[in-house]
Design a protein around this ligand. Sequence first.
Ligand code: IMP
Ligand code: MG
Length: 182
Amino acid sequence: MPAPVTGVLADLDRILLSTEQIQSRVAEMAATLNRHYANKTVSVLALMDGALFFVADLLRHLEVPVRLYTVSASSYHGGTASSGEVRMNWPAGLDFQGQDVLLLDDILDTGLTLGVLRDKIAAQQPASLRTGVLLAKKRERVRDVIVEDIGFEIEDEFVVGYGMDYQGRFRNLPCIGILNPA
Ligand code: IMP
Ligand code: MG
C-alpha cells in the first residue's frame, strides 16, 4: 500500500511536473543561455517572489558572469485570476542602459506583467533584452509579449509550487502541481 500523502502535498489534485522534470529542463534552458551569452556579462532581472526558485536553480548552471537584480511585481493580488493591474517596486537607480538583460519570471499567463516589465527595460536602452519563463499557459494573451525561452507549455490551469503560490502558500513545493478544488 502506498504511504498516505500528508502535509502540503495533500492539498494537490495532482502533480503536473516532477522535481526531476523541472530540474532537467532548467539545466537545458541554462545550456541555451550559456551559448547565447558566451563572452558577455548578463544582467538578470528576476521577478519576485514567484521566480525565486527557478532563478536560483537556473543561475547555478550559468557559466557566464551574472549580475542579479530583483523586482517585485504582481497582478494577482492573492486570487487565482489576474487583476489586470500590474504593481511593481522598481528599485531607485536601477538602470539597464547598455547592458545585456535577461528578464525571468515563473509563468506567462495574460502577458501583462512581462509586457509592462519589458517596456520599462526597453525604455532604458539595454544592449539586448531577452525574456525567459519556466511555464507558459496555452491561452489567449491579454497582451502579446516576446518570450524567447519557455520551459514548459501547460494547459490553462492554476498551478502552485516551485515558487508559485496560492494566497501565499505552496511556494516551497519542489514540484509543480494543480490545486485540489476543495
Ligand atoms: P500575467 O501578468 O497574467 O502574465 O501573470 C503573470 C504572473 O501571475 C506570474 O508572475 C505569476 O506570479 C502569476 N501567475 C499566473 N498564473 C499563475 C498560476 O497558475 N499560479 C500561480 N501564479 C500565477
Ligand atoms: Mg509573479
